[in-house]
Design a protein around this ligand. Structure first.
Ligand SMILES: OC[C@H]1O[C@H](O[C@H]2O[C@H](CO)[C@@H](O)[C@H](O)[C@H]2O)[C@H](O)[C@@H](O)[C@@H]1O
Length: 592
């Protein structure tokens, strides 16, 4: 059975990522890429769906863990009655190899160590053929199934027992043992062993150097640094694609159907990630992502999708995996994402903001990069008033969502500014007219004059947390009475135990069964909106509250269930989620 979501930590090599549990078990790992099928999938099922455990066999009295300073290298310390064991988990970077390295060191007394290596490819469904062989002068264990070959190395290797590879061995103070699992295509030879120490050191140096550039003059600077590093881990080094989260189907509603695959690149999430990185002073990443964007959306602007695969691929059909029981029995487990075919009119606004910030950070437009933006804005000019599924990707009927319309205004506004302030060429008169028309429309149809608030869509009096973006994108000033009225209405209707939900699911607007928990990015948006309204004390106290929900290693899921276990609470939804971390960074910058 999987652990509570907050008991996992992330390790990654910017190609893929793994979740390591507090119990020393890697319960989620897709190889070789974020969106490849998982070979350890116990997170969504049982240990028979694949996992890799290294931990004391004896009862553990206490466990503590941390990331080695400024890195994504995880150190878990287990204390038993007779000793202490330190487990180091790292996915080495920069060597074109998809692998995980795990080192156990007995730092006190003696510890009996348990080693379980259970590989199940194709999301925990396929039991591979496992053999013991000699390669490059050492014994290795090799698991092969279809396209995948996983090679286990180490000073002593587990023995096969009913489809699981198990071992127990005693370690005494000062002893250490290092294991690795390396993925290669099944038709390739076993790769040569590489030096563990050098690879751990190179990874640590690279990550430390990167995170040292994180701003120190912001509140919660440590969490900001961890968030930026986490966003970096979700950026695919080779292609520049940024995934929304490294997991699928961690539930928004425990036991319910709100389980989605986030291992893809949403234009929205990626653009907002970039905005945070640029705001924190990381400019190089903008170029990588712009290259990715240009390749992914290349072609007819009418074919723009709201999300793509890591490599820019367009085909992400949603499927259900019946062989997995689901996290906490939350079914279906889904791979792929049906939202890929949705119309979400906000997306271009977010992209245009990120590209404008990149320009201001010194990234010059090329003929291609500006031509693409022009073409996309022109396409929007022909369709901006169509209803859409909104940024929450609702699966109910399409609507005229106010947030989407505000972001349409943003798209035209940034296009106009590109011409007026950056000397780029385009049909500025047309864009200016449309910008003003959309603005008038939002102020008229998206406004509830009686209550003094903007509304979720044009045919409702409900509110929606996405409206907090109105001041953040410059549609209205932060202290405008209409913004203040909207903040108050949102706080009144959507606050649950001090955190914001996205909207009231009870209205049935999203076409799904069940409800959901507060969505952490929305609470961070409220921090930013309060700061821009000059309500600093409220902003700071909310920031404390939300940052306080990060787990012991500084990570956040998408949502937080505040009611669980008499208010102790638990994380919900995919983990860690870029949206939560990028909004944390933006809120901290707003409070700087
Ligand atoms: O809750 C319903 C929707 O949930 C997912 O979308 C959410 O995650 C996306 C990625 O972070 C984000 O861009 C979007 O704004 C969120 O609502 C899921 O991908 C959808 O299919 C689902 O309908």
């Amino acid at each position: 059975m999987a652990l509570p979501i907050e008991d996992y930590a992330l390790i990654g090599d910017r190609g893929t990522a793994a979740l390591v549990g507090k119990d020393g078990s890697i319960d989620w790992l897709c190889l070789p890429r974020f969106d490849s099928p998982a070979c350890f999938a116990a997170l969504l099922g049982t240990e028979d769906n694949g996992r890799w455990l290294l931990a004391p066999a004896d009862e553990v009295v206490s466990t503590s863990r941390r990331y080695v300073d400024g890195t994504a290298i995880l150190e878990t310390t287990f204390t038993t009655a007779d000793g202490e064991l330190v487990l180091l988990d790292v996915m080495p970077v920069g060597d074109d190899r998809a692998d995980v390295v795990r080192r156990v060191t007995c730092t006190r007394g003696r510890v009996l160590v348990r080693h379980d290596w259970v590989v199940r490819t194709d999301y925990g469904r396929v039991r591979p053929w496992v053999t013991r062989e000699h390669a490059h002068g050492n014994e290795v264990v090799i698991a092969v199934a279809g396209p995948d070959k996983l090679v286990l190395r180490g000073p002593r290797l587990p023995e096969g027992h009913r489809g699981h590879h198990r071992d127990e061995f005693e370690m005494r103070e000062g002893e250490e043992a290092t294991f690795s699992t390396t993925w290669v295509r099944s038709w390739r030879d076993v790769p040569k062993p590489l030096g563990f120490d050098e690879r751990i050191e190179a990874t640590s140096d690279q990550q430390r150097e990167w995170s040292a550039r994180s701003p120190s003059d912001v509140p919660h600077a440590d969490l900001v640094r961890r968030s930026l590093l986490t966003l970096m881990l979700m950026t695919h080094a080779d292609t520049g694609g940024i995934v929304a989260a490294p997991t699928t189907s961690l539930p928004e509603d425990f036991g319910g159907e709100r389980n989605w695959d986030y291992r893809f690149c949403w234009l929205r999430d990626a653009a907002l990630t970039l905005e945070s990185l640029l705001g924190a002073g990381y400019a190089d990443e903008a170029l990588e992502w712009r290259h990715w964007l240009l390749r992914a959306v290349a072609g007819d602007p009418a074919d723009l999708q709201i999300m793509y695969a890591v490599d820019g691929g367009r085909d992400l059909p949603e499927r259900e995996l019946d062989h997995l029981a689901g996290y906490a029995d939350s079914r279906p487990v889904r791979i792929g994402n049906g939202a890929v075919t949705q119309r979400q009119n906000d997306v271009l606004g977010e992209v245009m903001i990120a590209l404008e910030l990149a320009r201001e950070a010194g990234l010059h437009e090329t003929r291609n990069s500006w031509a693409l933006q022009r073409a996309l804005v022109d396409e929007l000019a022909d369709h901006w008033d169509e209803p859409d599924n909104g940024l929450w990707e609702i699966r109910g009927p399409q609507r005229h969502f106010t947030h989407s319309r505000v972001m349409v205004w943003v798209a035209f506004d940034r296009a106009v500014r590109a011409v007026e302030e950056h000397g780029l060429e385009g049909p500025v008169e047309r864009w200016r007219d449309l910008r003003d028309r959309v603005r008038e429309e939002v102020l008229d149809k998206g406004w509830d004059a009686e209550r003094g608030t903007f509304t979720q869509h044009y045919d409702t009096r409900e509110v929606d947390a996405s409206l907090l973006n109105i001041p953040l994108v410059g549609f209205l000033p932060g202290d405008d009475p209409r913004v203040l009225g909207t903040i108050d209405a949102i706080t009144e209707d959507l606050m649950r135990n001090g955190l914001l939900v996205r909207y009231r699911t009870q209205t049935g607007v999203d076409g799904l069964e069940g409800g959901e928990h507060p969505f952490l990015a929305c609470s961070f948006w409220l921090v930013s909106a309060l700061a821009s309204a000059g309500r600093r004390d409220e902003a700071e106290s909310l920031m404390e509250r939300v940052c306080g929900l990060a787990n012991d290693v500084g990570l956040l899921a998408e949502e937080y269930d505040t009611t669980y276990d008499d208010g102790r609470g638990r994380m919900a939804g995919n983990f860690p989620q870029a949206f939560s971390h990028l909004a944390l960074v933006q809120a901290a910058l707003a409070l700087r």
